[in-house]
Design a protein around this ligand. Structure first.
Ligand SMILES: [Zn+2]
Length: 462
C-alpha cells in the first residue's frame, strides 16, 4: 500500500505545474457538477458550503466568507467571499454566478446528469455550461489570487447564488442586491451571458459576445367584464369580442425602434458576418436607428426585431363560464419585453391607447425586477477584454449586445453595480444544450476561458 501511495505521489509530482493546476480547477468543477442543485431535489447551500471550505483551506478567514440562507429557503443559500486588495479605497470587482441548475431526469439522459463525464473532448453533465462553468472559474480565480499571492489593488468579491433558473424561486442575487448591498458593492460585475459562437464539432471560434443591459420582462393583465346573459339572445356588446379586438390591435402594432451603445454596436459588428440585404440594413441601423425601411428589413428576423424595440405579445387567454351563456369575464396576459429607457407605465399607457376601448382594463403585474439603463461599455472595461481576446483568439470579434432575455445582471445593474454578461466561452450551434438533455461543453473551451478570464481579472484588479 505504502509503495503504491509513494508511486502515485511521484507520478503526481512528475506532472508539469500547468497540468497540476488544471487538475485543481477540474476538481472544483467536478464538485460543482456532482452536487445536485436543482430546485426539486438539490441543495445550493451545500454547494456554497463546499466552495467556502475550499476557500478556507487556502487561507480565507471566516470573516471574509459569508453563507446566507433565509427561513423557508434553507437549501437555496448563497456564498459571498471577499478578497481585500492592497488599496483600501479601490472599488471591487464582482464575480457573480448562479449555483442552481435546471431539472434533469436520469432516465432521459444518456449519462448520469450529476456525474461529470469527460468523453470525446466534451464535459457532459447538468450545469457543465450553465452556469457551473462560470462558477468554477470564479472560485478557481479566488483560490489562485490567495494562494499565489497575486498582487492586486482592487478587492475581488465572489457571489454564488441560487434561484436563477426557476421562475418564482427565491433569487439569491435579488436578495443580495436588496439586503447585502454594501457587502457586494463593486465598480462593476461580470456574470454569465454573451456566450460566443463557434463552428460545429469544435470548429473555429466565430465571435464572442458581451451583454451590456437587458430588456425588462413585464406582464399585463387585460380584463373585460360584462353582465352576460343567455346565449339565445346575443347582444353586440360581448366581452370576448371586446378583448379580441383589443388584442388584434396590440398584435398589429410595432413599438418605435430604440438603441443602446451595445445594441448599435451589435448591429454594426454583425453586419459583415451576416452580409446581403440584412447585413446592409444592420449597417444602416447603426447610423440611423429611426429609419422605418431599415427597421422593416431587420424585423423579419425575430431576434433582430427584439434587439431594436419593446415587444408585447399575448401569451394567455381565459374567459367565459358556459357554452350557452354570454361571457361575463375575459382576461388575457400580455408579456412585454421592455427596452431600457422605457418604463412599464409608458408601455401600459400605450397598450391602453392602442386598444382604444374603455371596457378593457389593463393592470401591470408585479415586476421581476426594476427597470435599468444599460450599463456603459467604458474603455476601462472593453480595452483589456478585447486586447486579451485578440491575443488568444486572433481575428475573432467581441460583439456587444443587449440581452433580450434575462440574467441575474438585471438585479445588479439597477442596484448601481453595472454588471456585464461575459464568459469567454464559445458554444457550438447546438448552444451547448443549455437547459436541455445531455448538456455539455468542450473541455478546451472551458480551459481556455479559465486561462483567459484569469488573465483578464489580473488586469482589471491591478
Ligand atoms: Zn444560467
Amino acid at each position: 500500500m505504502r509503495k503504491l501511495a509513494a508511486a502515485a505521489l511521484a507520478a503526481c509530482l512528475a506532472l508539469p505545474a500547468s497540468a497540476q493546476d488544471q487538475q485543481s480547477f477540474r476538481a472544483i468543477y467536478k464538485e460543482m457538477v456532482e452536487t445536485n442543485t436543482t430546485f426539486s431535489s438539490g441543495d445550493c447551500t451545500l454547494l456554497a458550503q463546499k466552495m467556502a471550505s475550499r476557500l478556507k483551506a487556502v487561507g480565507y478567514p471566516d470573516s471574509d466568507l459569508h453563507i446566507f440562507t433565509v427561513p423557508d429557503h434553507l437549501k437555496e443559500g448563497s456564498l459571498v467571499a471577499v478578497l481585500p486588495g492592497s488599496d483600501a479605497k479601490a472599488k471591487a470587482i464582482l464575480l457573480l454566478a448562479h449555483l442552481d441548475v435546471v431539472e434533469a431526469k436520469r432516465e432521459d439522459w444518456t449519462r448520469d446528469p450529476f456525474t461529470l463525464v469527460e468523453e470525446d473532448g466534451y464535459f457532459y453533465g447538468r450545469g457543465t455550461a450553465d452556469d457551473k462553468s462560470v462558477a468554477a472559474i470564479w472560485v478557481d480565480i479566488m483560490v489562485h489570487f490567495k494562494q499565489d499571492k497575486i498582487a492586486h489593488r482592487r478587492p475581488l468579491k465572489l457571489a454564488l447564488t441560487c434561484g436563477e433558473e426557476t421562475n418564482g424561486a427565491f433569487n439569491g442575487a435579488k436578495w443580495l442586491a436588496a439586503s447585502q448591498r454594501a457587502l457586494i458593492d463593486a465598480e462593476f460585475g461580470l456574470t454569465e451571458g454573451g456566450w460566443g459562437t463557434m463552428g460545429e464539432n469544435g470548429g473555429k471560434p466565430i465571435a464572442l459576445g458581451i451583454n451590456a443591459g437587458e430588456k425588462l420582462s413585464q406582464n399585463y393583465t387585460l380584463e373585460v367584464t360584462n353582465p352576460g346573459g343567455h346565449s339565445m339572445r346575443p347582444v353586440k356588446d360581448n366581452a370576448i369580442y371586446h378583448l379580441s379586438a383589443g388584442l388584434l390591435k396590440i398584435g398589429a402594432y410595432d413599438f418605435p425602434t430604440q438603441s443602446t451603445d451595445a445594441s448599435r454596436e451589435y448591429f454594426a459588428r454583425m453586419a459583415p458576418l451576416t452580409g446581403g440585404e440584412m447585413g446592409g440594413a444592420m449597417t444602416a441601423f447603426y447610423k440611423n436607428d429611426k429609419d422605418a425601411k431599415v427597421a422593416s428589413v431587420l424585423a423579419a428576423d425575430p431576434r433582430f426585431n427584439a434587439a431594436m424595440r419593446t415587444t408585447c405579445v399575448a401569451t394567455l387567454i381565459n374567459g367565459g363560464h358556459a357554452t350557452n351563456a354570454l361571457p361575463q369575464r375575459v382576461t388575457a396576459n400580455v408579456n412585454c419585453r421592455i427596452f431600457p429607457g422605457t418604463t412599464p407605465q409608458d408601455v401600459r399607457d400605450k397598450l391602453q391607447e392602442l386598444v382604444a376601448d374603455s371596457q378593457i382594463k389593463i393592470v401591470a403585474q408585479a415586476a421581476h425586477n426594476d427597470p435599468s439603463p444599460a450599463p456603459p461599455l467604458t474603455p476601462a472595461l472593453m480595452k483589456p477584454l478585447v486586447s486579451e481576446a485578440a491575443k488568444r483568439w486572433p481575428g475573432v470579434p467581441v460583439i456587444p449586445q443587449l440581452e433580450i432575455g434575462a440574467t441575474d445582471a438585471s438585479f445588479m445593474t439597477p442596484a448601481g453595480i453595472p454588471t456585464y454578461g461575459f464568459t469567454g466561452m464559445f458554444f457550438e450551434p447546438d448552444g451547448s444544450r443549455l437547459h436541455g438533455l445531455n448538456e455539455r461543453i468542450r473541455a478546451k473551451v472551458l480551459y481556455d476561458a479559465r486561462d483567459y478570464l484569469t488573465d483578464l481579472i489580473r488586469i482589471y484588479a491591478k
